[in-house]
Design a binder for this molecule. Structure first.
Ligand code: B12
Length: 303
């Protein structure tokens, strides 16, 4: 057992240093406006078994903050910042297209930033995390005028409105928006996030919840709207494991027979596993992770 724990610890520390070097390479690529290099970093991260959510949080987030800092300190101009941001948006598009979302949960969310706040990358991330989580999402982009946001919600009746704001000067505007949203005949729940709300409690401005972490925020929103925190059934875990093994295998251009040989497992075992029908042992998952050269967490971890 201690061998397994040591191995898991080594994998965690290897994964952390790999994520740090990927985020540095990505930040450099977008700061130089190099789309090809940025795409190569994303491909490398995916090949190492990082989930889309981890690529957003460990690679894109650091890259955007780096570029923003260069702009704020005058080292790059607005054109360079815009190009870097567009490169990240295009990489997010790519990941959205290849990420299998959870089954639709029947809930609808709207995501935007308040009028005057043009920092929209946090909002885009939250919108994508909701999509991955099975929500139907309308992402309105940045700086939606208050009256238009309210009119849009009146028409589309979302279950959740997410407001992302970066500047403390946004807070009075957001308070007004929430007060109007709470007067609608079908009141949506409101979730806040972003730097502006770091020292403001959600309830003090009429919102239901706030969070600085999209994953934790969405977990809270699911609870608020009566969904269980996560689908933790064995069948779901096995289906997800099967999809991940298949994605990693295909990523490496391996056939089931080649994976079976590399992992020392029967080919029919691999086939039933990829269909989510094989109740696997920890030993088998370790063999698969070794054969695919990914950390165990890339096959078993929660997104
Ligand atoms: C990039 C950047 C810009 C870019 C924005 C590009 C774009 N289109 O988004 C540009 C260069 C345009 C810009 C402009 C300005 N900026 Co600026 N910018 C930044 C910077 C460096 C990074 C922001 C960013 O993109 N982060 C990446 C995203 C992905 O992260 P994030 O937004 O924090 O989101 C994460 C979490 O907060 C959370 N989250 C976010 N929203 C939500 C919502 C929900 C519901 C949930 C659950 C979670 C969640 O999830 C994300 C992932 O973890 C920040 C400093 C910083 N370190 O944050 C300053 C910063 C936000 N900017 C600032 C300022 C002052 C400005 C300007 C006013 C500067 C000026 N003199 O013109 C203008 C304002 C423009 C405007 N009217 O909006 C200040 C704001 C502070 C303040 N007190 O007002 C900051 C903090 C810098 C500073 N320290 O001074 N900026």
């Amino acid at each position: 057992m201690s061998k397994i724990i040591d191995k898991a610890k080594m994998q965690v520390s290897r994964r952390q240093s790999a994520a740090a070097s990927l985020s540095e390479a990505y930040a450099q690529a977008i700061a130089q406006g190099n789309t090809t290099a940025a795409a190569a970093v994303v491909d490398q991260a995916a090949a190492q078994g990082m989930s889309a959510a981890r690529i957003y949080l460990d690679v894109f987030l650091a890259g955007q903050i780096h570029v923003g800092r260069l702009w704020h300190s005058g080292e790059i101009n607005v054109a360079q910042e815009h190009l870097a941001t567009q490169i990240t948006l295009s990489q997010m598009d790519r990941l959205r297209q290849i990420t299998q979302p959870r089954p639709a949960n029947g809930l609808k969310a709207i995501v935007t930033t308040p009028e005057g706040d043009h920092h929209f990358m946090g909002a885009r991330m939250v919108a994508d995390f909701l999509l991955f989580d099975g929500w139907s999402v309308d992402f309105l982009g940045a700086s939606t005028p208050l009256k238009d946001l309210v009119a849009f919600c009146e028409r589309t009746k979302p279950d959740l409105v997410c407001i992302s704001a970066m500047m403390p000067s946004d807070v009075p505007n957001v308070r007004k928006a929430i007060s109007s949203l709470k007067k609608l005949s079908q009141q949506p729940k409101v979730m806040l996030g972003g730097n502006a709300f770091q020292s403001v409690s959600a309830s003090s401005i009429g919102a239901d919840i706030s969070s600085q972490d999209p994953i934790e925020g969405i977990r809270e929103a699911r609870k608020l709207l009566g969904l269980t925190t996560a689908d933790r059934s064995l069948a779901t875990y096995l289906r997800r494991l099967g999809q991940r093994v298949q994605a990693q295998r295909k990523n490496r251009g391996m056939s089931q027979a080649q994976l079976s040989e590399a992992a020392g497992l029967d080919r029919t075992y691999i086939s039933t596993l990829e269909h989510g029908k094989q109740n696997v042992s920890i030993g088998a998952v370790m063999k698969l992770a070794d054969a695919l050269d990914v950390p165990i967490s890339a096959l078993l971890g929660d997104d």
